[in-house]
Design a protein around this ligand. Structure first.
Ligand code: G4F
Length: 382
């Protein structure tokens, strides 16, 4: 008999990679997606099966973490062996604009799932993974951050996730549930376009192809520990296969500034940028092109136009992207996951950026065919 998994947030970055991973392992995967007037299943379209197909291994349900009746009905109907709660309002900056919704979905949503499992008498059967986050460490109290590092959340998002973390621990202790937290630090080519890594790889690709002149960023000095979501979903699965539930940090142990991420993304296409100025007046200028690498990664037809841009500003700072309270430094210590789960990441930051850039150059080329030529100053990114 195949095992049954339920993934909330299946249409997100981690949900898509996890669904693919579990299907390959022979699971029947159920996913909850929110109703939208637009299609929102791009990331899992390659896994989609028509409802008329027999013995489907991917089944989607409409639902929302703010609707306990809906969650309880779905969990009751499918009786999952494993629940991965990945759904959330996950944008830190947006959480300052929508704090109440964020608290409801990211905090109380976790409680709704735990209570549904308890009330349906599924505790002996169902194991629960809660997607906790490195943002819990916020104003960091220890470097690097591990499972025992005290939390200090710095956004409505992180405060809501703090509730999610502790209610998971509480239900584990109170009701002997197999419920665990993964405290993750991760990115990928499937990352939403408004998160910083994807915003950068999209913008660098567009600048290389002549579709955009410049990108405006927020705080260039904050540091993040970025790993590949493909590696991280393996850890989620491993956490639920342990005999005992527990909480784990999943991270690479390397931290990098946003400024250096920009340098590395440009370097991926053979371009050197130089940063000048300070604070809101900081800019990055195109300094040098390694034409062989540019031709290989982007294409010869784009080189002449790009050459003319040496000396141009390609990065600027716009304070609208600053956060009322910032998380300056995140760097995780995943020793517990490495020793207990045997988890090791396959990607480092360079190979993550390479994967993201290759993907975005391909995507943006497709997009540019749909537009007329010429530069546009576009700044519709978050
Ligand atoms: O990419 P970010 O928006 O991600 P953040 O805030 O670290 O949170 C993300 O990762 C967490 C896991 O580690 C998740 F829990 C969370 O749900 C979310 O997925 O911002 C990263 C850093 C911040 O310091 C931000 O101020 O980049 C800085 N930044 C600088 N310029 C920018 C920009 N962030 C965004 N989104 N856009 C900018 O232009």
């Amino acid at each position: 008999m195949s095992k049954v998994a339920l993934i909330t947030g299946i249409t997100g970055q981690d949900g898509a990679y996890l669904a693919e991973y579990l299907i390959k392992k022979g699971y029947i995967v159920h996913g909850i997606k929110r109703r939208s007037s637009m299609f929102n299943t791009d990331r899992i379209d390659h896994l989609y099966q028509d409802p008329h197909v027999e013995n489907r291994n991917l089944i989607l349900h409409y639902g929302d973490l703010t609707d306990s009746l809906n969650l309880t009905r779905i969990i009751g109907e499918i009786q999952p062996d494993e629940i991965y709660n990945l759904a959330a309002m996950s944008h830190v900056k947006v959480s300052f604009d929508t704090p109440e919704y964020t608290a409801n979905a990211d905090g109380l949503g976790v409680l709704r799932i735990l209570e549904a499992v308890r009330l349906l008498n599924l505790i002996p059967k169902t194991r629960i993974y809660q997607a906790s986050t490195s943002e819990l460490y916020g104003l960091v109290q220890e470097v690097p951050q591990k499972e025992t590092t005290p939390f200090y959340p710095r956004s409505p998002y992180a405060v809501a996730k703090l509730y999610g973390y502790w209610i998971t621990v509480n239900y584990r202790e109170a009701y002997k549930m197999h419920a665990s937290n993964g405290i993750l630090f991760n990115e990928s080519p499937l990352r939403g376009e408004t998160f910083v890594t994807r915003k950068v790889t999209r913008a660098v690709s567009r600048i290389a192809l002549g579709m955009q002149k410049k990108v405006y960023m927020g705080n260039l000095s904050s540091k993040r520990d970025w790993g590949h979501a493909k590696d991280y979903v393996r850890a989620m699965y491993a956490i639920l296969q342990q005999d005992e539930p527990s909480d784990y940090v999943i991270a690479t142990g390397i931290t990098t500034t946003i400024r250096d991420f920009l340098r590395m993304a440009f370097a991926e296409i053979g371009v050197e940028i130089i940063f000048k100025g300070e604070n809101v007046n900081e800019v990055a200028v195109l300094n040098y092109i390694d034409e062989k690498v540019f031709i290989e990664r982007v294409g010869e037809v784009y080189l002449d136009n790009f050459r003319k841009r040496i000396g141009d500003e390609v990065v600027g700072v716009d304070p609208q992207y600053f956060r009322p309270t910032e998380v300056d430094l995140l760097i995780g210590d995943a020793t517990k996951a490495r020793t207990r789960l045997g988890w090791e990441p396959k990607y480092d930051l360079a190979s993550l950026i390479e994967d993201m850039m290759l993907n975005d150059i391909k995507l943006m080329k497709k997009e540019s065919y749909l537009k007329e030529g010429g530069y546009e100053v576009l700044n519709y990114f978050e």
